[in-house]
Write a protein of this length. Sequence first.
Length: 238
Amino acid sequence: MLNLNDAYEIAKYIKDAEKKTPVKVYVNSDSLEKISNDDFKVFGACGSFTLIGDYEKIAEYLTKFGVEEKDMHIEFDRRNSAIPLKNTLHESARIEPGSFIRDMVQIDKNAVVMMGAVINIGAVIGEGSMVDMNAVVGARGTIGKNVHVGAGAVVAGVLEPPSATPVIIEDGALIGANAVVLEGVRVGKDAVVAAGSVVTEDVPDGAVVAGSPAKLVKMKDAKTAEKTKLMDDLRNLD
């Protein structure tokens, strides 16, 4: 089983993975035979077909039946991709359109992934946490429970260089909009990173940091807690 904490193992997995270009091809052809196989699926009838699968295999198939380019339309969004997107159909989480979640990402119950968010292989999104619009959680980055990663924020993961350590965000922390948390940093439990900050060093539990590079402003108090509290109604799927 792949060790997602080991950058070398992930890199080897990517190297050895069969590279694919998933496509959806719409075809008008009376000569085409409706034959699905392990490489692609064929749907349709009466000369109108939709083929879904790897481009190279489908191209071979269409050439075999003499289908010309003018008789088809191809939709695609990647080329020679090593890691598919995660199948999220059975996740107990709210995942909005336009997010990009790679395979082998862990998404726990009642997590929220908003539009445009990008989450790379090996990352963990804890229970009740939100990755807001256009935020990035890099490879192997770990987000604890009830965390808010603000819009446009970057939580650095690491595949390259492999010696670097990915970011860990502890339970209850809040990462402000457009903040950047660099590799190797641990943000402590219930800590707050102000919007636009660049965090280069570990943040203690309950600390409030701001600036570039981020510095301690104060420890979290009742006023800060009120301003940064989460809304259960945004997370609860029951």
